[in-house]
Design a protein around this ligand. Structure first.
Ligand code: HAM
Length: 426
């Protein structure tokens, strides 16, 4: 027998039923984004490798070891997108979206990172993200954070922690990096292998260490805000005041540095304690230098992305998954009813107001057999189309999930009302 194939490690199928819940959640998120004036953008999954090498930072884990990079047919280097911001910025520059007006876009789809898979961390995962171009004011940072708070509220999610920090601008960060490196060299004996690698390639990430020995002394390390200029400090103060004004609680985490190099000033993360080690559900920040770095005219920008797998886990843990299923009606045929009659009846129902999936039973056999099949397939309602019903233009409607429910024979046009009466569902 041929060997069965399996999905690639770290890449998951989303099966029927579960996928419907994903879609229902995505729709609520999209509605929430639309309420803030964001419009959809769709960008390729594959981009030139250089796009990520130039934007995410050569020393970041993503660029150093997690990208799915392969040669294109013409020998050029291509990469599966590990995140959405770089591609959206590339598209915005390429299509002149930054000239006409302030632009706000959202995107949704798979991202790829060759990380070690574990719960909440996958090699193909999904993000919904948004980017707002053209505003430098702190009020935009506040608005983006308020938007994410509203998205969580719309789904009923509670108990997330909002952490914020300011990374200042590149010059201050460079001076800070220098001071941090000196501090870390003074504590070299405490560094583990991971810390040492980060120290060499991306020292700020050492602040994120999982090593308790180093963590214990980091309280005494120099702080980024000691190096920030007055403007950045004022900007951050305005962000905090804006959040206070809207009643959005947060904590300032001076060690929040993010895993991508393009940020400046405000960064933020929404973290859950209910998800284990991979608790960050949503993350983002300001990246005012990125657009000019990619050849666009200098344009301030701020955005975020939410991890959908983690969000779905969170909703499941809180019993908050929306009921996504449409009612399912199975059309069963009596003796002598032709394929054509069954198909016509089903098409009429679908076209005229049946707020349900209408599925024709193609298996044949008695009504009893067909009812069994409908039951096993999870149908809510059986529609019996016998010769009498065919002749009269009626259907017999039977609720399958309501013990003791009656059945009703009604004109085709009244099938929806009859199903609602029998099942109590609309
Ligand atoms: P990020 O922090 O790399 O930021 O990813 C955002 C979110 O995607 C994370 O908080 C997490 O929920 C989810 N995520 C990341 N990696 C994985 C993974 N391997 N498995 C499952 N979920 C994951 C960005 O991607 C930025 N582009 C966000 C942004 C947009 N900043 C400004 N605009």
């Amino acid at each position: 027998m041929a060997q069965k194939l399996q999905a690639v490690r770290g890449m998951n199928d989303v099966l029927p039923g579960v996928a419907a819940r994903w879609r229902a959640v995505e729709q609520r998120l999209i509605d929430g984004l639309a309420r803030y004036g964001f419009e959809e953008i769709r960008i390729p999954i594959v981009e030139p490798t250089e796009l990520y090498a130039r934007t995410l930072g050569a020393g970041t884990d993503i660029v150093a070891k997690e990208m799915y990079t392969f040669p294109g047919r013409g020998g050029e280097s291509l990469t599966l997108r590990p995140e959405g911001t770089a591609g959206v910025v590339r598209a915005a520059i390429e299509h002149g979206l930054l000239h006409a007006r302030a632009t706000r876009v959202w995107y949704l789809g798979p991202m790829f990172r060759h990380e070690r898979p574990q719960k909440g961390r996958y090699r193909q995962f999904h993000q919904i993200g948004a980017e707002s171009f053209g505003h430098a004011q702190a009020s935009t940072d506040v608005e983006i954070i308020a938007l994410t708070a509203d998205l969580f509220a719309a789904l009923g999610v509670q108990g997330l922690r909002l952490e914020i920090n300011s990374l200042g601008e590149s010059e201050a960060r460079a001076r800070y990096r220098q001071a941090l490196v000196e501090f870390l060299h003074d504590h070299a004996a405490l560094l583990d292998e991971d810390d040492r690698r980060r120290l060499e390639h991306n020292p700020l990430r050492v602040l994120d260490t999982k090593n308790p020995a180093l963590g214990a002394v980091l309280g005494a390390a120099p702080r980024l805000d000691e190096f920030a200029d007055a403007q950045c400090l004022a900007h951050f103060a305005a962000v905090r005041a804006g959040l206070d004004g809207l009643g959005i609680p947060y904590t300032v985490n001076p060690r929040l540095v993010r895993g991508l190099d393009y940020y400046s000033r405000t960064v933020f993360e929404w973290v859950s304690d209910a998800l284990g080690a991979q608790g960050t559900v949503c993350a983002g920040g300001r990246y005012d230098a990125l657009i000019s770095q990619l050849g666009g005219r200098p344009t301030p920008a701020v955005g975020f992305a939410m991890g959908l797998e983690r969000l779905m886990d969170l909703l499941e843990a809180g019993d908050l998954l929306p009921e996504a299923r449409m009612q399912r009606w199975h059309l069963l045929r009596g003796p002598g009813v032709t394929d054509d009659q069954a198909a016509r009846t089903a098409r009429t129902l679908r076209a005229h107001g049946a707020n349900a999936a209408v599925v024709v039973d193609h298996g044949g056999g008695s009504f009893g057999k067909q009812l069994d099949r409908a039951d096993r397939a999870g149908a809510d309602v059986a529609l019996l189309l016998g010769p009498d019903e065919c002749a009269a233009g009626t259907l017999t409607v039977k609720a399958l999930r309501v013990p003791g429910a009656d059945q009703l024979t009604v004109p085709l046009a009244d099938a929806g009302a009859a199903a609602a009466r029998l099942t109590g569902l609309r």
